[in-house]
Design a protein around this ligand. Structure first.
Ligand code: GDP
Length: 194
């Protein structure tokens, strides 16, 4: 349990990230389909009840949402991943911003990809994995809602995901507070915290 993460605060949300948040220090991004448990995971990792509510505010669902861990370190929620109810033009702007962020953001040190343990590796997840590999973005998978499966089947899914794509991967449950230490360890590594 690293108390550093408990001090995380909402910074701002924007589509114009290059203008609004200097590309310095360290960022770790969270991606996952709607309802995968991403807000719950961010709240659990930061030990806060409602931090990630910021990501669900209307108008922010197609923006990058920045949370400040300390002066040099940020968590970034990318809420619009994998679903698009927006009009063609807004959708296109969002897709471009995401692409731009993944391709050019120098301070992006790692990506948490969240997948519901009962439905891992959907088409959009595979696309994201391929994308991260191509852009050489370090990726770590959180298999969320692990409490929904018994330990045996959960472990089998974990092994399958690890083996099928050679992915760094772990079980996670926000409700049971499972996997938080491992997620912190990953963050420590990406954030270069001793
Ligand atoms: P988001 O849309 O990805 O941000 O998902 P939320 O964090 O809002 O969670 C979506 C739904 O899944 C909510 O009803 C949560 O209560 C539920 N949920 C989130 N995490 C867990 C978990 O670890 N275990 C279980 N059983 N349900 C969860």
């Amino acid at each position: 349990m690293n108390p550093l993460y408990h001090r995380t605060q909402f910074l701002l949300s924007t589509l114009e990230f290059a203008r609004d948040v200097p590309d310095t220090g360290f960022e770790v991004a969270f991606v996952g389909r709607s309802n995968v448990g991403k807000s719950s995971a961010i709240n659990a990792i930061t030990n806060q009840k409602a931090l990630a509510r910021a990501s669900k505010t209307p108008g922010r669902t197609q923006q990058l949402v920045f949370f400040q861990v300390d002066a040099q370190r940020r968590l970034v929620d990318l809420p619009g991943y994998g679903f698009a109810k927006a009009s063609g033009q807004a959708q296109e702007r969002w897709r471009k911003a995401l692409e731009d962020y993944f391709q050019h953001r120098k301070c992006l040190k790692g990506v948490f990809l969240l997948m519901d343990i009962r439905h891992p590796l959907t088409a959009i997840d595979r696309l994201m994995i391929e994308w991260c590999h191509r852009l050489q973005r370090p990726l770590h998978v959180l298999l969320t809602k692990a409490d929904k499966l018994n330990y045996g089947p959960a472990k089998n899914t974990l092994l399958k995901v690890q083996q099928s794509l050679g992915l760094s991967c772990q079980l996670f449950s926000a409700t049971q507070k499972l996997g938080i230490d491992s997620a912190h360890a990953m963050l420590d590594r990406w954030f270069e915290i001793e």
